[in-house]
Structure formats: structure tokens, C-alpha cells
Design a protein around this ligand. Sequence first.
Ligand SMILES: [Fe+2]
Length: 318
Amino acid sequence: MPPMHEVAHLAHLELRTRVLDESVAFFTDYLGLTVTQTVGDSVFLHAFDDYEQTTVKLTAHETSGIGRTNVRAASPEALERRVTEIEAGGHGIGWVDGDPGIGPTYLFRDPDGHEFGIYYESEWYRAPAGLAPSLKNQAQAYPNRGVGVRRLDHVNFLGVEVVPNRDYLRDTLGALVTEQIVLDDGTVAGSWTTFTNKGYDAVYTRDRTATPGRLHHIAFATDTRADILRAADIAIDQGVFIETGPHKHAIQQTFFLYVYEPGGNRIELCNAGARLVLAPDWQPVDWTETERAKGQAWGLKTIESFHTHGTPPVGENA
Ligand SMILES: [Fe+2]
């Protein structure tokens, strides 16, 4: 098992949408991200506190869902070490030029088939005139628009099986498993893993349709719980579909709101308070079926679509 922190953090994600212009409007007007550039069928967007150039890449596509998930290695040496292990495990694809602002990127897939890219070189974001912050320790001025999310927080993949994907992130990338859902028959139905000291960066939950490579949601961090309440207010003003929330999860104790962007991908606004995982010998917190049956920490019961909606849609939902 590699040491922790070989991967510095989850970096920009690519989301696919059939309605690119509407999705871009959601990310700018509702979430408060800023468009940095358009290349071909892809629009690159930046959240105000992201030191890198890209937070989200939206790509026009025939379906919704997640494209490439990028992670930044902690050093050039860590990148080399991770690529060697990825190749040895048989899930490697090969090197490509990175997206704008990032260097050579090694592509690979998790056992479920989700595409990942790992890189080290990153040209930091430099705010253009008009978006420059007052304080030089902030990447960009506050957007003063929509929710104004601070940064990407995590990605929640759907997986045909959780365990092989969890083990892959742990054994190949050095992720730490922090919390899990373990059913009475021993099946792991969900696993929360982190590359950092946050409670989680990448999550796998079981896909009830047993379709590989799908997405449950991606999440953006707000400064406060109050921002999430306000996000619900702004959603009804802007015609954004609220799936559920604001409530508080028991797992990771995250205060949340789930909405759908116009392309159908589920987006979470989240705030996990001040919780950090500092213990190097942290043991996964396993939640049982009985504990899960109690529902969220508080708030309404989990809505059924939370267990059935993923992107791209399949079966009855397609
Ligand atoms: Fe989440």
C-alpha cells in the first residue's frame, strides 16, 4: 500500500452534457463559477478559490455523466511512482497532453471504468483584470453571483461493486478509507475515501442498475451552512430543480443540498463544518443497515430518487 499523500488532491472534473449552453449558464449564474476558455466542444470553468486554472470542464456529449476525473500528484517523483503502479496493475491507458494549464497527464481507469488522469505540472490561475482579488492569498475576487461556491469538494461515483474501486484508490493512489456502509451480509454498499485531511474526496456507492462507469454526483464546498440555505432560495428563483435538502447526512456529517444541473447531472452543495481527519492510523467508520435505516442525521427521509438517479441514465430512466 503506498504512503498517504502521494496524490495531493482531487483536481478538475469533466462533466458531460447534452445541453452545453444551459449547463454553462447553471455553473456560472447559479454556482457562480467563471468561464475561462472554450476549446472545441468543451468549456472550462473556475471556482474563485481554486489555485489551478480549471475546476470543471463541461463537454458537449450525447449523454450526461462524468468524463475524466483529474488528480494532482504531490511531486514529479510521486507521479512517476503512481504511474509505475498503475501500469503494473493493468489499468493504464497512456500519456496525453493535459488540459489547458496542466502538464503531461497519465490516463487510466478504475476497475469500474471511470476515466482518471494524474499529472504534476500545473500553471496556477491568474485572475484577469476585473476579476483580481483584493487579497493576494485568494485566487480570484468573490464572484458576487449565485451561490458563489468556493471550490470543488468531492466526487461520488456509482460502481457495480464498491470494494474493487475502493481498494484500487487505496492501493494504487494512496487514498485513506474514512467511512463506509456495510450491509448485514457483509457487502460494502458505499465507501468514502480521502487523499487529504478532508473527510472525503472520492466516494463509491453501489449502482443498483449494475451499469459501470456512472456518476452519482459531484459536490462544491460553501463557506457556511447558511450559504446552503441561501442556495435553496436562489434555486427556486432561477428554476433550478431541487432533489432533496437542505438536510444533514449522518455519514461525514455533511450539511447538504442536492440539485440537478440542466444536463441531468446531480450537483451537491456541501458543508462538512470543521471536521478533519488527522489521524494517520484512522480506522474506517462502518455504518450498519440498522443505523442507515434511521435515515439522515436529521431532516426528512432520503428521497427514493437518491437511490435510483445516476448519470448517464439507464433502463427505465433513460
Ligand atoms: Fe456528496
